[in-house]
Write a protein that binds this ligand. Structure first.
Ligand code: DX5
Ligand code: ZN
Length: 218
């Protein structure tokens, strides 16, 4: 399904109200909910882990898209699968055996995602395209929301779309996606747009107008 999917990142949501925030973005038309897991080791920030994913799962009707910014990955795959992740994405930079990791994710019953940091060439994904359901092109350095979109990644998205060909592999773009940058990544071939600050803008569902933009307009 190459139709455009918007995946709000709850990293920008109200951490004390994840359940309500997930329900609110789905009510506004979000297709997936993106869950950013950070370990303070692979990236210089700590967010939350499998217990939080399990707690929010009942509040998400659609796809729970778990982005692991952790190293190592393999010891935690089962925990995130049991927490109800539909997609589990691991970074190619997170260890020496990414193919094994992708196999383990599928073995645990989830869709397998492969993420590439901005400094990682598209070639890193090419040998793995038959073993993934999604490639996530990072358009910021992972670790924090609210960073500036790195335009140089557009060429990577285009090259990836060409390399994927007819395979049923999603291209997700993560970082600095907003109404200005979104059209560029869609034109380049992305079909899943992660958006944190552009969706939540630091607001919460208890605000009268919590979301700065209409999700459908991204
Ligand atoms: C960055 C995360 C992103 C981030 C996106 O490490 O992977 O998902 O939360 O946030 P924005 O949309 O604010 O750049
Ligand atoms: Zn992410």
């Amino acid at each position: 399904d190459r139709s455009l999917k918007i995946a709000p990142s709850i990293l920008a949501a109200d951490f004390a109200n994840f359940g309500a925030e997930c329900e609110a973005v789905e009510a506004q038309g979000a297709d997936w909910v993106h869950v950013d897991v950070m370990d303070g080791h692979f990236v210089p920030n700590i967010s939350f882990g499998p217990a939080t994913c399990a707690a929010i799962r009942p509040h998400i009707k659609g796809v729970m898209d778990v982005h692991l910014m952790i190293a190592p990955v393999d010891p935690f795959i089962d925990a995130f699968a049991h927490a109800g992740a539909d997609v589990i994405t691991a970074h190619v930079e997170a260890g020496p055996h990414i193919h094994r990791t992708l196999q383990a994710i599928r073995g645990a019953g989830a869709k397998a995602g492969l993420a590439l940091n901005p400094g990682t060439p598209v070639e890193a994904a090419i040998p793995l395209l038959d073993d993934v359901d999604l490639v996530c092109v990072m358009t910021v350095n992972p670790g924090f929301g609210g960073q500036k979109f790195i335009h140089g990644q557009i060429a990577k998205i285009e090259a990836l779309r060409a390399a994927i060909g007819d395979r049923p592999v999603h291209i997700e773009v993560d970082g600095g996606v907003d109404p200005v940058t979104a059209p560029h990544v869609v034109a380049a071939g992305a079909d899943v747009l992660v958006a944190g600050s552009a969706v939540f803008k630091g607001g919460s569902v208890s605000d009268p107008d919590p979301y700065g933009i209409n999700i459908a307009a991204i």
